[in-house]
Design a binder for this molecule. Structure first.
Ligand code: CTP
Length: 413
């Protein structure tokens, strides 16, 4: 009986370079290869020296139906297939299991064996399935490396919580083969937003008081940057207009850096026309009306200066209420500290946007500047869909899935 598996379309014949590093989770690699081939993937495998202690090249080669590679300086391998070709001929590189050691090498651009050299020599997407002791995963060095790799565009699947081989409990188990293959499918599968253009605003704005001081807010840009990246991963041609943030530009996204609300508005207008606009920036509602050309000095006995403020343009509202070149879908966020849904509903109406993602940014929620977010999505007057608390990257992926569904419905696809 032939059973159709979800996510198979678009993957048949795709070439995956599977890099196996040395951890006990390498014992799951044979199952990963077997199930990957059932899904129609062509797998070519590379093992580090440590990996060969846990799974043999012969096992891996027999299951993959292709020679397994282990050595950077093998004369025969080099004669048959230059090592750079191994990554050039792949559609995707998967590192499973990925030890703390390979993550450190990748994050720092080291290339001292075949696996790390291939990872440095590639411009293909990379998926990593970490597996290690929970303390190693929690160590600040690993945290730094993971953060760095995510900013470089590397995708992660797992690790999962549970008992690990050394008898401890916590996050560190490699994701199950089926979960890894789902992540592979998402990366290789069809791009639902291919051919569409998107605009995203992100971060705070800085409004100058004088050349050294400014008015701003606590936004980190994490949510907006994650949305831009998820839209690009779904195939959209994305322009991200960002205020000052301490984040790297997301890979595959045209990023425009601005400082003030008025610069943000101008950059957004330049990016039009787009199919979808997501305004995640925490734009300053007001700016000092007359920024001083020189640093304001303290004068002996003088009163503290009083700032006169002028209202900034509302970018979301401007996009939603355009008569010409209005994006088909205009989405805003509502940052609230009380009466979340009521205020967000009123904001959606007032600004004229199609959807609004309400989030509670009150003190103690850790949302502004943090990694996690809890959303209530309002798509019309009645609807209020509460999402569980999740990582901002997951919020972005879920939002993009909703956008893809809505635009496909509109296009009758
Ligand atoms: N927004 C914008 N331009 C502004 C102010 C806000 O584009 N000048 C957008 C934000 O990007 C967000 C939405 O409007 O998508 C709501 O922002 P929020 O700060 O929650 O609301 P405000 O309009 O600032 O209203 P209030 O301060 O009264 O809550």
């Amino acid at each position: 009986m032939h059973v159709e598996r979800p996510g198979i379309a678009g993957q048949m014949g795709k070439r995956v370079l599977l890099i196996v590093t040395g951890g006990i989770a390498a014992c799951k690699v044979p199952e990963l290869i077997r199930r990957g081939r059932e899904r129609g993937l062509a797998l070519r495998c590379v093992l580090t020296r440590a990996a060969t202690q846990f799974v043999t090249p012969l096992t891996v080669a027999s299951l993959a139906g292709e020679k397994a590679y282990t050595d950077l300086f093998s004369l025969t391998d080099e004669a048959e297939m230059g090592h750079i070709r191994l990554s050039r001929e792949a559609d995707l590189l998967v590192v499973a299991p990925a030890t703390a050691d390979i993550l450190a090498k990748m994050a720092n651009g080291l290339a001292d064996d075949l696996a790390s050299t291939l990872l440095l020599a590639t411009d293909k997407p990379v998926l990593v399935a970490p597996a290690m002791n929970p303390r190693m995963w929690a160590h600040p060095a690993t945290r730094r490396n993971v953060e760095r790799l995510a900013a470089d565009g590397v995708r992660f699947v797992g690790p999962e919580e549970g008992d690990v081989a050394c008898g401890e409990t916590g996050p560190g188990r490699m994701a199950e083969p089926e979960t890894i293959l789902e992540a592979v499918a998402a990366m290789l599968g069809p791009k639902p937003l291919a051919g569409l253009r998107a605009l995203v605003t992100s971060g705070p704005t800085h409004e100058p008081i004088d050349p050294v001081r400014y008015v701003a807010n606590r936004s980190s840009g994490r949510q907006g940057h994650a949305v831009a990246r998820a839209l690009a991963e779904a195939g959209a041609d994305v322009t991200l207009v960002t205020g000052p943030v301490a984040l790297s530009d997301p890979p595959g996204v045209t990023t425009v850096h601005v400082v003030t609300a008025r610069e943000m508005l101008e950059a957004c207008e330049k990016a039009l026309p787009v199919d979808v606009a997501v305004c995640a920036a925490a734009v300053c509602d007001w700016r000092p009306a007359r920024p001083a050309p020189d640093k304001i000095k303290k004068a002996e006995g003088a009163a503290a200066p009083v700032l006169e403020l002028a209202e900034n343009p509302d970018i979301l509202c401007g996009l939603a209420r355009r008569e010409r070149a209005r994006p088909r879908l205009v989405i805003g966020f509502a940052a609230e500290t009380e009466a979340l849904v009521a205020h967000a509903r009123e904001k959606r109406r007032r600004k004229g946007c199609d959807w609004i993602l309400a989030n509670d940014v009150g003190a103690g929620t850790g949302v502004l500047g943090g990694d996690r977010n809890r959303i209530v999505l309002l798509r019309d007057e009645e609807d209020a869909e509460s999402w569980p608390e999740m990582d901002k990257r997951e919020v972005a992926r879920r939002l993009v899935a909703e956008i893809a569904r809505a635009l496909a419905r509109e296009d009758g696809r």
